[in-house]
Ligand binder design. Structure first.
Ligand code: ZN
Ligand code: ZN
Length: 397
């Protein structure tokens, strides 16, 4: 019996394998970090991924969902296909970390840690390739473009991501700076929110500010509507169903002595429950329809549904959490859902799925995602690899 025989000591074998490749994964992460690319423009990043998969001898396809890459590891025995997904896109944020590997592209930054995710999944690929003979089924490695509100998962699904072989279960993960590195977390049920958008144009009739009675003032009408929208949360949706209604843009008028023709509002609705989503959309529509009888200003309303809520399925989440404990010890705890959105939800709506938070907080720092100074602790890469590899092994035994 050998200590590194994965049959006898999977924990030690996986930990050793990850330790051996960790410097390479950090180098890949820093290279991707220095060269951030926005959604659907991840050409260089996809190239790095394809080159690394090629070096590992893992069959892969590029150009899935425009700039996505999909690798496939066949196990030693037939069985179902487990998908593991990472995202690759950066954000339009100017980096302020002053690190030696900081962004070399002005105005773009990996401020959501998708460089960490890409390096993590490449590590999973490297370790699982060597463990493949003991796996039943296949692992589909999904390197997704355009997660940041651009519909990258939808684009990959439209390009046949689910087929050949058909995905039956899926794992996802996100770095989480609010958790110290070394800790992980999960949420039971709805983990992240449905993220919808709405736009309202309030049409009035312009005129001289000194003669408001000769106009239809869209500013006063829109201000009233803005306050009424707050009642969607307080009076329309059951209190035990979380909902957020935020108006993030409110634009109208040019100067002090003119009442304008129109005012534009833009906002987002976040919900965890399908019924809350339906109720919020209907209520906003009703309040908009009621504006004209109240004020004479007419509200033109459009509502676009975005990603659904991210639903964790117990049949995948339970073995995922157990595998993390087997590999890393008692480092994973249940947390509350977040009203943020994540388009892994599109895949999780099709097959049973589990999504975990991988702590990336550096000691002594108070980092947040989408922040120009974000510095995830790179030790989270190796920890993420260990967690996901162990989960794949246990799900495919
Ligand atoms: Zn993000
Ligand atoms: Zn993200």
């Amino acid at each position: 019996m050998q200590a590194n025989d994965p049959t006898n000591d999977p924990m030690g074998a996986i930990a050793d394998a990850v330790r051996a490749i960790e410097p390479n994964l950090i180098a890949i992460r820093r290279d991707i970090h220095a060269h951030p690319e926005l959604g659907f423009h991840e050409v260089r990043t996809a190239g790095v991924v394809a080159e690394e998969l090629g070096r590992l001898g893992i069959p892969h396809r590029t150009g899935i969902g425009r700039t996505g890459v999909v690798g496939l590891i066949e196990g030693g025995r037939p069985g179902p296909c487990l998908a593991i997904r990472a995202d690759m896109d950066a954000l339009p944020i100017a980096e302020r970390t002053f690190l030696p590997f900081a962004s070399r592209t002005e105005g773009l930054m990996h401020a959501c840690g998708h460089d960490i995710h890409t390096a993590t999944l490449l590590g999973v690929a490297a370790v699982l390739r060597d463990l493949a003979p003991r796996l039943a089924g296949s692992v589909k490695l999904i390197f997704q473009p355009a997660e940041e509100g651009l519909g990258g998962m939808r684009a990959m699904l439209d390009d046949g991501l689910m087929d050949d072989p058909p995905i039956t279960r899926a794992l996802g993960f996100h770095n989480h700076p609010e958790l110290p590195v070394g800790r992980l977390a999960y949420v039971r049920g709805a983990a992240l929110a449905a993220a919808d958008r709405f736009e309202i144009t309030v049409h009035g009739r312009s005129g001289h500010a000194a003669y408001p009675h000769t106009t239809i003032d869209p500013i006063v009408a829109a201000a009233g509507l803005l306050m009424q929208l707050q009642t969607v949360v307080s009076r329309e949706v059951p209190p035990l169903m979380p909902v957020v209604v935020t108006v993030g843009a409110f634009n109208g008028g040019q100067t002090h002595n003119i009442i304008p023709d129109s005012v534009d509002l833009k906002g987002t609705v976040r919900t965890l429950h399908p019924r809350a989503r339906d109720l919020a959309e209907a209520a906003i529509g009703r309040l908009c329809a009621g504006l004209e009888p109240m004020t004479r200003a007419r509200a033109e309303f459009t509502y676009r549904r975005g990603t659904p809520p991210l639903l964790n399925t117990d049949s995948v989440l339970d073995p995922l959490v157990a595998a993390v404990r087997h590999q890393l010890g008692d480092v994973i705890a249940e947390q509350e859902p977040s009203m943020g959105g994540e388009d892994f939800a599109e895949l999780a709506a099709l097959v049973p799925a589990g999504h975990i938070r991988v702590g990336s907080g550096s000691p002594g720092r108070a980092d947040r995602l989408h922040n120009s100074g974000y510095q995830p602790d790179e030790a989270c890469i190796g920890i993420g690899v260990q967690a996901l590899v162990r989960a794949a092994v246990e799900l495919m035994e």
